[in-house]
Design a protein around this ligand. Sequence first.
Ligand SMILES: Cc1ncc(COP(=O)(O)O)c(C=O)c1O
Length: 442
Amino acid sequence: MSYPDMQSRSAQLFERGRKVIPGGNTRKSVYFAPYPTYAASVDGCRVTDVDGVERLDFVNNNSATVLGHNHPAIVDAVVAQAKRMMAAGMPTELEIELAEMICERVASVDQVRFANSGTEAVMFAVRAARAYTGRNVIAKVEGAYHGSWDPMYTSMTPLPDTWGEDSAPTTTLSSAGIPQGAIDDILILPANDVKAARELLRANADDLAGVLIDPLVSQMGFLALTNEYLAMIRQVCSDLGAQLIFDEVFSFRLGYHGAQEEFGVQADITAFGKLIGGGLPVGAIGGGKDIMAVFDHTAGGSVPQSGTFSGSCMTMAAGIAALKEMTPQRFEQINALGEYAREGMRSALQEAGLTGVVNGRGSLMSVLLVESPFDNYRELFNQLIAGGAFALGAQLHQYLLNHGIACIPPGVFILSAAMTEADIDELLRVATDAFREIAQSE
Ligand SMILES: Cc1ncc(COP(=O)(O)O)c(C=O)c1O
């Protein structure tokens, strides 16, 4: 069966879904035109859609399933937990155990609180920074995604007519329904421009509560923030008494000790998600004892934090099982596989005579068919949207979809520990053919 096929079961489900779900499905991030393939089952590194088509899964639920699908240790833990207790309106030992594991792994984290999503984790981390400092301004990088909480849903995909100066980006709304007041205290930084970002931060010295950073910007083709840029932000935060907030919702999977260790920077407070829930919905906030005291409801903490499902024992059980499996050796293996994939993709592009940029780190890879490397959102936008590389990415995605590979358009590939070199070879073989076809059609 080839995609798209309006007679397919996925196409029919999409039509049926549209009647009761605006857009036909709930997550914009998993939609692609003319209809998304609907999943029926998963196993290891493969996903089978409702039309019976099996594909190598480089989506991995947008990074949450680092071990691949249906890992026996996680399935056993979840089944056993479901039989024992799916939920209780009481704390459990499990949340302490998972918190201990995170504290043991991340040097800057002494204490942890759990939430239900990365969005919530970022929200509470930002709230903690504001409460702790008594200030309001939060800086974030232009083009970076940090979940869908109002103040953070800003300047994600700004357009040239409203994005302002390169060295002083305007804070723009990224969704209707967000009041201007929610983003008044959000300062937008140009990625990797040390001088401009430092000046912007210093100009807000008295009001700066924190700087929110995703060091390997998930939304920008895994653009890495440079060591110099990260070091400057760390220094300015320390100088001004502002909090460095790391968003490791995506990038915690870069290593056993997370992204901070990989990038050599210590945050004051960290937002976690995805991986630490073993595939179930999760978020967490972690930091030093001083800032985490804002959540201490036994000692007059000024930031109440709850949530019916926060610390869900099902999620905690899955998360503990996942972290136990993700040993330093596993990280080494999956990261080596990532390097193998990135090198292979660069050779494949060269072989096909197609220009593209392969970014990423660890088990994360992005392949964008742009003309030259990019250092910030605007350089990426000019090539991807204005320059038409997004359409080439859609072409690549569709070719791969029709040849047994699922990835996130326009070209994000997320590996899982269930993959082997043979799986990557399969990806590279298909990708080379795709690149050849695209090169010929140009
Ligand atoms: C860097 C980053 N922060 C926050 C989030 C939001 O996490 P969630 O989708 O669990 O709300 C995401 C989701 O992809 C993310 O990539």
